[in-house]
Design a protein around this ligand. Structure first.
Ligand code: ATP
Ligand code: MG
Length: 605
């Protein structure tokens, strides 16, 4: 057995932020003074309002714009670390914007959880008296003004084709689209129709407002994209004020511009939308609605991670079909799940640094994520002793009723973390796997006639075991060598190879411990399996690992009894554990295993 201390000595530095292509763009923009003249009224608003303000004190502005329709996952954490991290490093601001332009019921539960998640990751949208927390639905009036301007300037028209007709006239990747018969409507007619759309005169789908760009564009997104649709729905924020709602591709660039965002960072699937983003903001700036320079969209590759699913739709399915206990199930890659699992905000920051930012699609190995958590926890987590599969060890020559104290360091290479006392007595819990009646080759721990060290205590010699009527070992016997206590001059007088951890039976604290494994048993859940018939697609649900959690009762050293919710420890030899933030009670902690000490997963399977 390797000693736990040795395993832990590897002490990787947490690297300074590496440069990346987004930082290069920002560096160049700052060097050119691109945003130096932008004005900021202290609030989102149209160009005229912003121009009345002072020079924007923020060197750059980024934003994190979640739709409040689910819990955040590890992919969002990458985006949060990137956007808030850039604002922090460049003397900027990062806005938290709820992208709630869809008139779906916004769930307060989701809004609150997003706010908690950003805070938990250590970021804030408040800085120097500015509080940059926004709801896109507060911008509907301004968005409608932008639409009015496009109509008046001949850059938008009301189309009255059916959805099918519109689809058919859009063309394909290889074939140009064809103009709608309504494309030549006069500005007056368009104004009138849009006014009546807003007034609620038409049913859903009767008309749609489209940008007038180019039906023959090689980029389908520029073939007169829809910008406003009729939707008779009550919005959680604006009630029944509107029965037309902006399309996401129209709303999002305007939201960025209204908030003075300089660098609008999004995932790669929006790259094809960038020409429309630029077209739209350029025309609105030309019309004086927006201040120049307008925001710039920059795309990076989204996080894909093995053994998990990072899509709200799939996460919702796992929760709703009760494959997991809830959004905060420690096996889920949600941030609430991560927190319960014991993953740390620092671990997420380190992970974001290590994976970096690029435009190349990639699938990151979950092991890399776990390594980040290990590296952070190795530095910060105090060590404790827990016996997960307890077997009684009786020291026959140690006096009954006697007990003594062993002084134990809380961290092997951080003396400043102090020491604690572990009581030692005649009866101890040891791991069942630390005794073998008939030792296998190379086994160095307890077997009859062998000597091993009880870590922090004495060297003992195993003398035998007790069995029940079925032949199961129920207790192990030994004698101790009184002169060999750790930390005394005699400690080295007897050389032994085995070293085991233990907890005094009289002082131990029994506790529920949950050992988590991966939720999916394959790296890419739902992807084609060998032997699948051609054309057959199985669901990612079929790839759920049936043994992803094991609940046991462990015997903990007494100091752990006082553990508070979310306290994190290394249980020597077993990995990193956290006191569950939901089920732990004062004096009765429940522990979740965050991650093992080493990547045992790949080897075990
Ligand atoms: P999902 O695809 O899971 O539904 P989403 O993109 O619809 O996620 P939003 O709430 O719209 O979720 O996302 C908010 C921000 O998080 C967006 O800017 C988006 O680019 C970013 N984001 C979402 N998923 C990832 C990911 N896997 N990697 C990096 N960034 C992501
Ligand atoms: Mg989305």
């Amino acid at each position: 057995m390797s000693t736990p201390d040795k395993d832990n000595i590897e002490n990787k530095d947490i690297a300074a932020p590496a440069t990346n292509f987004v930082r290069n763009i920002i560096d160049a923009d700052l060097a050119a003074g691109k945003f130096a003249q932008r004005r900021w009224s202290g609030q989102p608003g149209l160009g005229a309002q912003q121009l009345g303000g002072a020079l924007d004190p923020a060197k750059i502005r980024t934003r994190f714009p979640p739709e409040p329709n689910g819990y955040l996952h590890f992919g969002h954490a990458k985006s949060i670390c990137l956007n808030f991290g850039l604002a922090r490093d460049y003397g900027g601001r990062c806005h938290l914007r709820f992208d709630d332009t869809n008139p779906e019921k916004e769930d307060k539960e989701y809004v609150d959880s997003i706010i908690d998640a950003v805070h938990w990751l250590g970021f804030s949208w408040e800085k120097d008296g500015e509080s940059n927390l926004y709801h896109a639905s507060n911008y509907f009036d301004w968005m409608a003004k932008c639409a009015d301007y496009l109509i008046e300037s001949g850059h938008a028209y009301v189309d009255s084709q059916s959805a099918d007709e519109m689809r058919a006239s859009r063309g394909t990747l290889t074939q140009a689209g064809t103009d709608s018969p309504f494309r030549k409507r006069s500005v007056e007619e368009n104004k009138d129709l849009f006014r009546r759309m807003k007034a609620g005169e038409f049913p859903d789908g009767a008309h749609i407002l489209r940008a007038k760009i180019d039906m023959a564009s090689p980029n389908i997104n520029l073939r007169d994209p829809a910008i406003y649709r009729i939707r008779h729905a009550t919005h959680h924020n604006t009630g029944d004020k509107w029965c037309v709602y902006p399309m996401y591709t129209f709303a999002h660039p305007i939201e960025d511009a209204l908030e003075n965002i300089t660098h609008s960072i999004c995932t790669l699937e929006f790259a094809d939308q960038r020409p429309f983003y630029d077209w739209l903001l350029d025309h609105l700036a030309e019309g004086g609605l927006l201040q120049r320079p307008v925001p710039q969209q920059i795309e990076f590759s989204r996080l894909n991670l093995t053994y998990v699913v990072l899509s709200k739709r799939k996460l919702i399915q796992l929760v709703e079909e009760k494959h997991v206990s809830g959004w905060d199930d420690p096996r889920l890659p949600t941030l609430v799940g991560a927190r319960r699992r014991g993953y740390t905000p620092d671990g997420f920051h380190l992970f974001a640094e290590r994976i970096g930012v690029s435009k190349a699609d990639s699938l990151i190995d979950y092991v890399l994520f776990e390594d980040c958590m290990r590296d952070v926890l190795n530095e910060s987590a105090e060590r404790r002793v827990a016996v997960l599969d307890p077997l009684k060890l009786i020291i026959d020559n140690y006096p009954e009723g006697q007990s003594e104290e062993c002084v134990v360091h809380n961290h092997p290479f951080k003396p400043e973390m102090g020491t604690r006392i572990m009581p030692f007595s005649r009866e101890l819990w040891i791991e069942r796997e630390d005794f073998m009646e008939v030792p296998s080759k190379g086994f160095r721990r307890l077997f009859p006639g062998n000597m091993a060290r009880l870590r922090h205590g004495y060297v003992v010699e195993c003398t035998g075991c007790d069995k029940d009527e079925n032949g199961n070992v129920v207790a192990v016997h030994c004698t101790y060598l009184p002169d060999t206590k750790s930390g005394t001059p005699g400690a080295d007088s007897v050389k032994v190879k085995g070293n085991l951890h233990w907890v005094s039976v009289a002082d131990a604290c029994p506790a529920e411990v949950r050992l988590y494994d991966r939720l999916f048993s394959v790296p890419a859940p739902g992807s084609r399996r060998e032997g699948d018939p051609e054309g057959f697609e199985h669901s990612f649900i079929d790839d759920i690992n049936p043994d992803s959690v094991q609940v046991i009762t462990a015997q903990l050293e007494p100091a752990l009894k006082e553990a508070k919710q979310e306290d994190r420890f290394q249980f020597e030899r077993h990995g990193y554990f956290v006191a569950d933030r939901v089920d732990s009670k004062d004096g009765a902690p429940v522990f979740n295993r965050t991650v093992t000490l080493k990547d045992s997963w790949g080897k075990a399977k």
